[in-house]
Write a protein that binds this ligand. Sequence first.
Ligand code: ZN
Length: 160
Amino acid sequence: MKIANNKVVNMHYAVMDKDENLIDSSYDHKPLAFIHGSGFLIPGLEGALEGKQVGDSFIVDIAAEDAYGERHDGLVQTVPKALFASIDDLDVGMQLRAQTDQGEQTVIVIGMDEEEITVDGNHPLAGMDLKFDVEIIEVRDASEDELAHGHVHGEGGCGH
Ligand code: ZN
């Protein structure tokens, strides 16, 4: 069975930057399961998987624009530290949920002084060209429940 829209795909992957420094990998834990064509994956990877089948393994280069998009300087904002007074151990590198001009989103603290903190709402991989190493473990039809819910059900279903 070939990968196409509404197939459930189980795959292992490793994602690297363009110099092949490892960023993340599923190989030492469970494969990633998703419904193909649901927008779960970045566009470049979804496109590369189309038509592949069980046992296929391949490496694909994906430009930033087909991965997590380009960086936007407007997503870096400096705000009064007092807004985060409720957080005890506020520090550079921490991820926060924050109200921004673009609505609530996850931001990373990238700078801090006595009065202000600087947060970055870009995805950590935005602006990066990526390389994926993929191995297809399973391809099957999605069940009606899975298509209705928009996600994959493992053993015992998802309980809703
Ligand atoms: Zn469900």
